[in-house]
Design a protein. Structure first.
Length: 211
């Protein structure tokens, strides 16, 4: 059984990180159900295990080192953070497939808004070609993915831009990629709310991960 939790308000990063780790350990011991936790953070930057110092351009917000994969990313109001605590011991012990499933989950949720989210070889996350701007070679990231697996239980997860302040990404090189930008549902002209995205994520979850 997978529990869904949607937190109102703004949740501090370290508070959420500690809660995830405790839940993941309980799942590994067979003492708790799997959990999908949807929330928002205050403005902050996180540094994954591959983060490079030169990619922190301006520490205008708190910077939190983490043990998830990936490089620098931004979290803040208007961005749906999805923490994914699933038991991969029961789901095939295939981390590469799990990351593919996370990507596919986001792609299908975005499709509910007629957004063509796409994968790119060598670039983690979900990307949107900006044909709406008449710029066929420009691609903006709409969702970041960074996970950690311990004792075959995942934690950390996804960050999907609904209506964050995109200028806040300017303090970092998001995920170490300088050639492309970032976007959001609202930036793409989709007047979606956080609740709208939550519904799309709920509906597409079972298609990818089962009931």
């Amino acid at each position: 059984m997978v529990e869904w939790r949607i937190s109102d308000g703004i949740i501090g990063f370290r508070e959420a990180e500690a809660a995830q780790e405790a839940r993941a350990d309980a799942i590994a011991r067979g003492e708790a159900d799997e959990l999908i936790w949807l929330l928002e953070h205050p403005p902050l930057y996180t540094a994954g295990t591959s983060a490079r110092a030169e990619d922190l351009l301006e520490d205008r917000f708190p910077v939190y080192p983490t043990r998830r994969g990936g490089q620098y990313t931004y979290h803040g109001p208007g961005q749906r953070v999805v923490y994914v605590m699933l038991d991969l011991d029961q789901r095939g012990r295939d981390v590469r497939r799990f990351v593919w499933q996370l990507e596919e989950w986001v792609i299908r949720a975005l499709a509910a808004f007629n957004i063509d989210g796409e994968r790119r070889e060598g670039r983690v996350g979900i990307w949107v070609p900006r044909r709406d701007l008449g710029a066929p070679m420009r691609e903006d990231k709409i969702a970041a993915i960074g996970v950690r697996v311990r004792k075959w239980v995942s934690f950390h997860g996804l960050a999907i831009n609904v209506e964050p302040d995109l200028a806040h990404f300017g303090g970092i090189v998001p995920c170490g990629i300088r050639e492309h930008g970032v976007t959001s549902l609202v930036d793409l002209g989709i007047p979606a709310t956080m609740a709208d995205l939550d519904v799309a994520l709920d509906q597409s979850f079972s298609e990818i991960f089962g009931k």
